[in-house]
Design a protein around this ligand. Structure first.
Ligand code: PEP
Length: 263
């Protein structure tokens, strides 16, 4: 199986980093470098308060914008929350199910499922993050955990995973921000299982399911992940804050695309 026909996505999760000014400068640098990588999609997930100024900075470039989170209700008495309709004017994507939302802010599979429905209704593309903890991995529960996360988050009546533009980000919790990663073979094995599960659920080809890898991706290791047949790009945290490193990751994804192209 190979996801060779898919356009790789390289996404930057800035988390709670950068001032608005720093974010705008970083966005400007990403745009300049992204120009050299025309065959990949680049998505920035800055903090909420950066969204409008960063959108202005991106202007008519092809770099896409996404929000790091949103609430499942469309409006109401939810102090501190942001709705889909608030982000939709500037965002094409929303990141849902990130492990920090699950583990630090105790978001459940059910809450994530409600957000998925709301995001789809709002016409947002979703980057859905799933991943097992270190303990779950040691217990041999990785696939069972991922299957549970996917089956709860993705409603059976979702018309299509691919038309809705849903990207699955496989992010082992133990690899996020730790400098430790699965082997590329392990990441491939799990990504292939995710593609197969999604293909079965949504009656599509596994090759049509976009799965990206996330967790301590760096300029050095990016190539080994993005060249895997079932992996179509990367979700990058720490390294996305350093333009040269992020550029190298975009380059790795661009090359993977070139290498996969059928002559
Ligand atoms: C992330 O935040 O999604 C992530 C993968 O972080 P890092 O690249 O820093 O591990």
């Amino acid at each position: 199986m190979t996801a060779a026909g898919l356009r790789p996505v390289v996404a930057a999760n800035w988390k709670m980093h950068t001032t608005v000014e720093e974010g705008c400068l970083l966005a400007r640098d990403v745009c300049e470098r992204a120009d050299k990588h025309p065959d990949i999609d680049v998505v920035l997930f800055p903090p909420f308060v950066h969204l409008w100024p960063v959108a202005d900075m991106l202007g008519a470039t092809d770099v896409e914008l996404g929000a790091q989170n949103m609430h499942w209700e469309t409006s109401g008495a939810f102090t501190g929350e942001i709705s889909a309709s608030m982000i939709a004017p500037v965002c094409r994507y929303v990141l849902l199910g990130h492990s920090e939302r699950r583990h630090v802010f105790h978001e459940t599979d059910d809450m994530i499922a409600r957000k998925v429905r709301t995001a789809v209704a709002a016409g947002l593309r979703i980057m859905l993050a799933i991943g097992e903890t270190e303990q779950e991995r040691r217990n041999g529960e990785t696939i069972a955990v991922l299957t549970r996360q996917l089956s709860t988050a993705l409603p059976v009546d979702l018309p299509s995973l691919t038309q809705e533009g849903i990207v699955i980000a496989y992010e082992p919790v133990w690899a996020i921000g730790t400098g430790v990663t699965p082997t590329p073979d392990d990441a491939e094995r799990v990504s292939a299982a995710i593609s197969l599960w999604c293909a079965d659920r949504f009656a599509c080809q596994p090759e049509a399911v976009k799965v990206v890898y996330g967790g301590s991706v760096t300029a050095e290791n990016a190539v080994s992940f993005v060249r895997q047949p079932s992996i179509s790009g990367a979700l990058v945290g720490g390294a996305s804050l350093r333009i040269d490193e992020f550029d190298a990751i975009m380059h790795a994804a661009q090359e993977s695309r070139t290498l996969r192209e059928v002559p």
